[in-house]
Unconditional design. Structure first.
Ligand code: AMP
Length: 543
């Protein structure tokens, strides 16, 4: 047929070009590793992105080459996102909390040509230098005055930009061009790369901006505590300029008091991050007796947000939106904004719904299946593995045919490894990672459910439930608690609390105390480490 619509490829750089003209008041506020606060508009970031692209041209970076980052949330990191993808290269964000071995594996697997590091990570790079590829160029994200003394041959970011033209002839890229790369560390084997395209990234930004519009609106000030090295900070560097919101980048200090002070000083309206971070902020809010001024919404995801935390924020008048997603999904899959009819429900019921993982975003399809792969009903009870499909979901893993072969089912759906129920309103409830579920006498026990309830006990700072082997029941739950104060809770009192919501046979058999829970590189409780730590644990009645 003739006379239809134009076909302009979706382009990441187009977001920043648009924001620099359409949202002149918005930009990026950054707490710098140098110690001060820096401000730039999106128009300035666009111009500096151009200077960076010229600089990378001069370093020999071409189409498809990987430019890696090892950096906190800040404006230079943001400029790299755009400059690198805009010139047709791939921005590869590395999680600095990974082990040295995993980091080296990733750098090698991605065949990174350039590595951009914050000042904080220079010692780490020096320690690893012998094992790094010889031709890897290291750029330090600072100016000449702050360049560290080092035996390594380090390039200075500001010098790379200095004197370069502030416009660039951005190439007209096919929208399926690779733009960004992020590795996800599974529980076994090497990390696997999710390779995002211009198309998937722009589509994700558009759907996130439309759906999470309470947070993403013109004039908003958004604090991404979620790192730019963890699934592109949930897409915020793309969705915020699109919506005309300013990003407030916290730099390296993420404790409750530092975040509170920054939020109050900058008038942050919405803050995004994992539950662990919000526990710190909640404690600070309780200490100071009120939330930071102007704080409207908290986005929480990455692991299950405990109901007690959600209620704490909501009682202070802060809307909590509980979201679920994963690296392979760009990452946002669902959001917990209540639908209109739900807003008329009693407060308690609203809080229960808010602690679920919420409804799907446009463009993300979900199904749950049984062990044979047959679809299960969305009735809030049937529990099965969650599969997803959509334009923002990976179709395989970067340069990894073996893992790619196993990623999709025969109908092209991606297996998330999460076990879930979906209710008749489309609300997802993640019960566990498939390998974290506890199977007792052939019946499943959800560790997330138990943890959520135990978190409501005022004597508990954090907790985790893991499966331990049992001769009769196969597996039974062990509860591991980090106590809040000196007075530790007893197993009996926690059983009493749990019995209000769960069946007797689901109660944890034993209670252990630890000083802190081991975390993974993305801030989730590492059940793998806990299971190793408590391997061979003797339950009281297991003889
Ligand atoms: P990542 O790829 O590191 O973002 O991890 C994705 C995994 O984190 C998911 O497959 C879930 O197991 C878990 N996850 C993310 N968000 C939530 C949530 N809101 N509640 C429970 N688990 C979550």
């Amino acid at each position: 047929m003739h006379g239809m619509m134009m076909n302009q490829p979706l382009s990441i750089m187009e977001i920043l070009r648009y924001a620099s003209g359409a949202h002149p008041g918005a930009g990026i506020v950054s707490v710098r590793t140098e110690g001060d606060i820096h401000r730039e508009t999106y128009a300035e970031a666009y111009a500096r992105g151009a200077q960076l692209a010229h600089g990378l041209d001069a370093l020999g970076i071409g189409r498809g080459d990987r430019v890696a980052t090892l950096a906190w949330n800040g404006y230079r990191h943001f400029e790299i996102y755009y400059g690198v993808s805009g010139m047709g290269a791939v921005c590869h964000t590395i999680n600095p909390r990974l082990s040295a071995e995993q980091m080296l594996y990733i750098i090698g697997h991605a065949e990174d040509k350039v590595l951009c590091v914050d000042l904080t990570f220079v010692p780490l790079i020096e320690a690893l230098s012998e094992h790094l590829p010889r031709n890897l160029k290291i750029v330090v994200l600072t100016d000449r005055a702050h360049m560290p003394d080092s035996r390594l041959d380090l390039l200075c970011y500001e010098e790379i930009l200095a004197g370069k033209p502030d416009t660039y002839d951005w190439p007209h890229l096919d929208e399926q061009t690779a733009a960004a790369l992020c590795y996800t560390s599974g529980t076994t084997g090497h990390p696997k790369g999710a390779l995002y395209t211009h198309r998937s990234t722009v589509m994700h930004a558009m759907t996130v901006a439309i759906t999470l519009n309470k947070s993403l609106k013109e004039g908003a000030k958004i604090l991404p505590v979620v790192p730019l090295f963890h699934v592109n900070a949930w897409g915020l560097p793309y969705a915020a300029p699109l919506a005309g919101a300013t990003l407030v980048m916290p730099g390296p200090k993420l404790d409750g008091a530092s975040l509170y002070d920054l939020m109050e000083a900058e008038g942050v309206t919405s803050a995004w991050g994992v539950p662990t971070v919000w526990m710190g902020l909640r404690a600070e809010i309780e200490k100071r007796g009120r939330p930071p001024k102007g704080f409207e919404q908290v986005m929480v995801g990455g692991s299950a947000a405990p109901r007690s935390m959600i209620e704490g924020f909501e009682k202070d008048g802060i809307d909590v939106c509980h979201a679920w997603g994963m690296t392979e999904m760009s990452p946002v899959g669902t959001h917990g904004q209540l639908s209109e009819p739900m807003k008329a429900l009693p407060w308690d019921e609203q809080m229960r719904l808010k602690s679920l993982q919420g409804r799907r975003l446009f463009g993300v399809e979900m199904k749950i299946v049984d062990e044979q792969g047959a679809p299960l009903p969305h009735d809030g009870t049937a529990m099965g593995e969650l599969f997803v499909r959509g334009n923002t979901v990976v179709s395989g893993y970067f340069n990894n045919p073996e893992a790619s072969d196993k990623a999709l089912d025969s109908e092209g759906w991606f297996g998330t490894g999460d076990v879930a129920t979906i209710n008749d309103h489309g609300f997802l409830s993640i019960q566990d990672r498939s390998k974290d579920l506890i199977k007792s006498g052939g019946e499943w026990i959800s560790s997330i459910d138990l943890e959520n309830i135990v978190m409501a006990c005022p004597k508990v700072a954090s907790c985790a439930v893991i499966a331990v082997a049992h001769p009769k029941w196969d597996e039974r739950p062990l509860l591991i608690v980090v106590p809040k104060g000196d007075e530790k809770p007893t197993l009996e009192e926690l059983h009493e609390l749990l019995l209000e919501s769960v069946a007797k046979w689901q109660l944890p058999d034993a209670l252990e105390f630890v000083q802190e829970l081991p975390l993974t590189a993305t801030g989730k409780v590492s059940k793998l480490t806990l299971r190793k730590q408590f391997e061979g644990y003797q339950l009281p009645d297991a003889d």
